[in-house]
Write a protein that binds this ligand. Structure first.
Ligand code: ZN
Length: 300
């Protein structure tokens, strides 16, 4: 078979098959136009049969009606390659693209979503509720301040030494870069569907980074805050479109700390109690004396 040998027409539309790397389903050549309509989970696409493809095209044509009626009320950009997501608040639709040219999802098809900072949950949403977890990122970023001032001092020192001879930068000192891992790397967004062709869509949004030559906690926190605002917009849009009645739940540091203070005694109190328990077991103090000490240490 030569390069210009005739291929049979597309079995779906009768169109011409591309001469360059034509796509195949179950060994049959499919034209680019038909094949280009495939927009589904990668594992589903890889297992597509001709029969399955025909059924998908019926779904695709049905979905075209939603594309036609789509009115963009909100567009959110996020992701490494500038992923966009558009929402149609009126018709309760959304689509993972800059215009409704990919699968359009209906509100009821979104089962839930999660947004994490690396593996730590930040938001979890479903019809049951929209839960926001307190982030430890700002706290952890602030805890890096001593490390950063140490870096800046050592950098300053290197520059001073470099200029010592003649007051000019001689470039003898190696350039120092702040190379400490950030409190987290990415916001992981995961959408779970109840849909014939989609189970899950995952996308990432880069977390903020320290400047490698002039790291600054406040710069980091400002950039983190901007990302959080985008994430909040995304959550609000999912709420409007898919989960309008979902109650808000906040798993905040306030709640967590309050629980901590009332429920869990400080570790040193427990250590103390253990010591008194040994004293009681050794017969140095009586059980009532131990009990009294225990209550005192636990503040009960
Ligand atoms: Zn075709």
């Amino acid at each position: 078979m030569g390069l210009f040998s005739k291929k049979p027409p597309c079995p779906i539309c009768g169109g011409k098959i591309s001469w360059f790397l034509p796509s195949k389903i179950e060994g049959e050549y499919i034209c680019d136009t038909c094949y280009g309509k495939i927009d589904m989970d990668a594992d589903k696409a890889s297992q597509l049969t001709m029969q399955g493809f025909r059924e998908y095209l019926a779904f695709y044509n049905q979905n075209q009606l939603l594309k036609d009626q789509f009115v963009i009320s909100q567009r959110i950009d996020f992701g490494l390659w500038d992923t966009k997501i558009i929402f149609d608040h009126q018709n309760k639709l959304f689509c993972m693209s800059r215009s409704p040219d990919k699968t359009v999802f209906e509100a009821g098809q979104l089962k839930s979503f999660t947004i994490k900072e690396d593996s730590a949950p930040l938001f979890e949403g479903s019809a049951e509720g929209i839960r926001r977890y307190a982030s430890t990122v700002p706290e952890r970023a602030m805890a890096m301040a001593p490390l950063i001032s140490q870096f800046m001092m050592s950098r300053q020192m290197a520059r001073t030494l470099d200029r010592l001879d003649d007051g000019k930068a001689n470039g003898t000192a190696p350039m120092q870069y702040f190379d400490v891992p950030e409190p987290f790397h990415t916001f992981n967004v995961e959408l779970h569907f109840d849909h014939p062709y989609w189970t899950v869509i995952q996308c990432d949004m880069d977390g903020p980074q320290f400047d490698h030559t002039h790291p600054d906690v406040n710069d980091y926190l400002r950039s983190y805050q901007r990302s959080i605002e985008e994430i909040e917009q995304l959550v609000a849009a999912f709420r409007t479109v898919a989960f309008p009645d979902a109650p808000d739940q906040s798993i905040g540091p306030g709640t967590a700390q309050a629980v901590h203070a009332t429920m869990i005694p400080p570790t040193d109190a427990i250590e103390e109690i253990k010591k008194y328990k040994v004293l009681m077991e050794d017969g140095v103090i009586s059980q009532p004396e131990f009990e009294a000490k225990k209550r005192q240490l636990l503040g009960i």
